[in-house]
Design a protein around this ligand. Structure first.
Ligand code: HEM
Length: 144
């Protein structure tokens, strides 16, 4: 399938639709944790690696928190709320300078892990639409 990145404006919060719970049913918790881990491994090699914790321990924890969130948002166990509290995602991203370019790299890294994934296209599309739109909310810094 084609993954297209919506041109998002800094400072806007377009309405977001949560992923279809079937995404988690299909992947299972372990499959979801692997997907997020693979995404983070790409980020660690990318031009935005400087945004993420440099130590292996910090990075492993970042993966865990992210996977906790995605399991929860796909209708699974509320690990994120248990471990980190209310999501408030835009506020949590505020300390990190997220530009249009950072969003593009973040999304393209997802395209790289979603493309080879063995999952029906309608589920990939549901997950992708969520990432594509919600990532607009995280932009908080104009391009240099
Ligand atoms: C727009 C591109 C994005 C960039 C560049 C980005 C970057 C980051 C960074 C640097 C962190 C902190 C890592 C750490 O020290 O723990 C983080 C945390 C996190 N991000 Fe993103 N993010 C983006 C979009 C998103 C989106 C769209 C979601 C959800 C759909 C998301 C979910 C999370 C979660 C759950 C955490 C962990 C928060 C916590 O536990 O405090 N991110 N992100």
């Amino acid at each position: 399938m084609q993954f297209t990145i919506t041109q998002g404006q800094l400072g806007t919060r377009p309405p977001v639709v949560k992923p279809d719970p079937k995404v988690l049913e299909f992947l299972g918790e372990e499959g979801m944790r692997k997907l997020i881990s693979d995404h983070y491994d790409l980020l660690r090699e990318s031009n935005i690696k400087g945004l993420f914790p440099p130590s292996d321990e910090g990075f492993a924890l970042a993966k865990q928190h992210s996977a906790d969130f995605f399991i929860q948002i796909c209708g699974g166990h509320p690990y994120f709320n248990e471990n980190r509290g209310a999501p408030m995602m835009a506020a949590r991203h505020q300390p990190f300078a997220i530009t249009q370019e950072a969003r593009r790299i973040w999304l393209e890294s997802y395209i790289m892990v979603l493309t080879p994934l063995n999952m029906p296209d309608d589920l990939k599309k549901s997950f992708w639409n969520y990432l594509d739109i919600f990532s607009i909310w995280m932009m908080n810094t104009p391009e240099k």
